[in-house]
Structures are given as structure tokens and as C-alpha cells.
Write a protein that binds this ligand. Structure first.
Ligand code: OGA
Ligand code: NI
Length: 338
């Protein structure tokens, strides 16, 4: 339990040695918030939204949405719930705590394998599956007592928003409505908690990565998220009640490389803790799910860029890739290029 950053970092004056990243893995020069990253109002005219979202996916692989249908009250409930969760005494979190990332509902610290890491990330994460609720919710934390009821409602509202946005992306690409349903059955959440850090220039909250799934929705209220574009890091504005939407590897592949997936990371700050509530959608890794570029998007002028593969095969290779020591050559997509 003492491994959790939130359990030992309160009041520490300096960053412990095993959290001091080597220079090339530190946040580097100051990164300002980038105002060019699109913020899309989902109550605008449909054809306008379709064009804006398509452009954002082509240029950035990331955008923000407002008026997305998830109620502000519920988003506030989630902020309060997770503030309370991460502030609870250690004894109340033991039922979900684990010393490393594993299956089921887990509260763990840093990356996927704490024991084998050379340097640790300044973060604690609670992660769990979501649907079907009857299957997953019994494994969720039983404290705060309202956890299962509130998160149960959030899961359903976020799913509606996600399917709406996937249909908008599909429409922009010229795919049939519901095209992405088959590859977005799995819904999982990670709630990342980054306590204040005495020297954010030395530590890292979460290192640069691209999500392996289809698409990700992130709720946040403090600055810390950055994306890499044209070899430069850019800050994402923490807009109240917005969701950050970022495309994962599977959308890049299915779009036959016409859409980008955003490489992103999270930095810490010295004054406030930051909590991000992240929902991932993707194929079910426990079932055989075939992934390949959409036939509609493969043409003589845009030949097929990626092979067909099974999603669970991709995930095994992705896990092996991210467990390799840094710096790593290539990307997890290299094995699948034609
Ligand atoms: C993630 C992620 C960023 C953040 O959980 O995949 O990128 O700001 N999180 O917590
Ligand atoms: Ni991510």
C-alpha cells in the first residue's frame, strides 16, 4: 500500500531517486496550452460537426467536445466521487489494491509492472471493466458507498456519447451508420490520480504513448495532458465539462491511415493534485475480433496500408512492446504494415 504515490507523497520536499526520470524522459521545455486543438460543440449543425471532427481526426487525432450529452451534474458527481476515493484512508482501498496492474478491478501505482520498472511514474490508477454492469460492478470499490450507482450511470451516458461520436466519425469517412459497433463492445475505465509533485520538471505522470484501443474519452479539470504533433508537445486546455477525445491505434488502422492516433502523455504540477477519468472503447480482447482497414477506404489511390489481424494478437504484441526498456525502436503498428 505504501507504494501508492498518494500514500507517501504528501509533504515530501524532493522527488525520490526512483522517480527522477533520466533527462530524455522528463517533461522538457515549458509546453503551453495549444488553442488550435479543436473544441467541437455537438449541438451545432450536423454536417458542420461531421466536417470539424473529420478534420480534427486527420490533423491531430484528438479533439475536445462540449454539449456532448453527458450531464454536468454527473461529471461533477464523478469528480467528487474520485476526490473522495483517492483521499480515503488506506484501509478503505485495500480490497482493490494490487502491487501491479492485473485483471479485474485494480488500484495500482505507476506503470504496468512496478517491480520491473527502472523509474516510476508519479501516478496511481484505479482501473476496471464496465459492461455488462452485472458482470463488472461487483468488483468495483465498495467505498464510497455510492460508487456503483454513480459510475453505473456514467458508464451508460458515456457510452451514448461515444457511439454518437463514432457514428459522426464513420459518416465523415463515408462508412455506414453503426460501422464501429463491432469493434467498440469493450468499455473500460482508468482513473488516474497525480498527486502534487515537489519538482514536476524531474518526474513524469504518464509517459508518451498511443492508446491501443479504438477511441478514448477523458474527463479532467486540471492541466497536465499533452499531445505530440510534428515532433512538438502541445498542452490540452482543461475545459470544464468537456471531454477530450483521442483516437487509438485501431481507428488509425481501420481508417487505412487516413486518421491519426494521438501520442500523448501527462505531466505533474507542484500545487494541485490532478485526476483524469478515462473511458476506453475497443474490441473485446477476449473474443476473436478481426481488424482490418475498412474495404470502403481501400482504393487504387489509397492502397491497403495494414494487414488484417486478430485484436487479441495485437494486444499481446502491444503489451510486449510497451514492456521493452526505453528507448524503443519503431511502434506497435510496425508488425501490421503491408
Ligand atoms: C491513459 C492516459 C492521460 C491522463 O490513461 O491512457 O493517457 O491525463 N491518461 O491521465
Ligand atoms: Ni492514454
Amino acid at each position: 500500500m505504501a507504494l501508492l504515490v498518494s500514500s507517501w507523497s504528501n509533504g515530501v520536499q524532493s522527488v525520490p531517486q526512483d522517480y527522477v526520470m533520466p533527462p530524455e524522459r522528463r517533461p522538457g521545455d515549458f509546453v503551453s496550452v495549444c488553442k488550435d486543438i479543436p473544441v467541437i460543440n455537438l449541438q451545432n449543425d450536423r454536417s458542420e460537426i461531421v466536417q470539424q471532427i473529420l478534420k480534427a481526426c486527420q490533423e491531430f487525432g484528438l479533439f475536445q467536445v462540449v454539449n456532448h450529452g453527458v450531464s454536468e451534474e454527473l461529471m461533477a458527481d464523478m469528480r467528487n466521487l474520485y476526490d473522495e476515493f483517492f483521499n480515503m484512508p488506506i484501509e478503505d482501498k485495500l480490497s482493490v489494491y494490487s502491487e501491479s496492474f492485473g485483471k479485474g478491478c485494480t488500484l495500482y501505482t505507476s506503470g504496468l509492472n512496478y517491480a520491473k520498472e527502472d523509474f516510476h511514474y508519479w501516478k496511481d490508477t484505479l482501473k476496471h471493466g464496465c459492461l455488462p454492469l452485472e458482470e463488472h460492478s461487483p468488483s468495483w470499490p465498495d467505498k464510497p458507498a455510492r460508487y456503483r450507482e454513480e459510475v453505473g450511470r456514467y458508464v451508460v451516458e458515456v457510452r451514448k456519447m461515444a457511439f454518437n461520436i463514432l457514428d459522426i466519425i464513420g459518416e465523415g469517412l463515408g462508412l455506414n451508420k453503426g460501422y464501429f459497433n463491432r469493434v467498440s463492445q469493450e468499455q473500460a475505465m482508468a482513473i488516474n490520480h497525480y498527486p502534487p509533485c515537489p519538482d514536476p520538471s524531474l518526474a513524469m505522470g504518464i509517459g508518451g504513448h498511443t492508446d491501443p484501443n479504438l477511441i478514448t474519452f477523458l474527463q479532467q479539470d486540471q492541466y497536465g495532458l499533452q499531445i505530440q504533433k510534428d515532433e512538438k508537445w502541445m498542452g490540452i486546455d482543461p475545459i470544464p465539462n468537456a471531454f477530450v477525445v483521442n483516437l487509438g491505434h485501431q481507428l488509425k488502422i481501420i481508417s487505412n491511415d487516413t486518421l491519426k492516433s494521438a501520442e500523448h502523455r501527462g505531466v505533474t504540477n507542484s500545487t494541485a493534485s490532478r485526476t483524469s477519468i478515462v473511458t476506453f472503447f475497443g474490441p473485446n480482447p477476449g473474443l476473436p475480433v478481426l481488424i482490418e482497414p475498412a474495404k470502403e477506404l481501400v482504393t487504387s489511390s489509397n492502397p491497403q496500408v495494414f494487414k488484417s489481424f486478430q485484436y487479441n494478437d495485437f494486444i499481446s504484441n502491444y503489451m510486449a512492446f510497451i514492456r521493452k526498456p526505453l528507448p524503443r525502436d519503431g511502434t506497435p503498428l510496425d508488425l501490421y504494415r503491408l
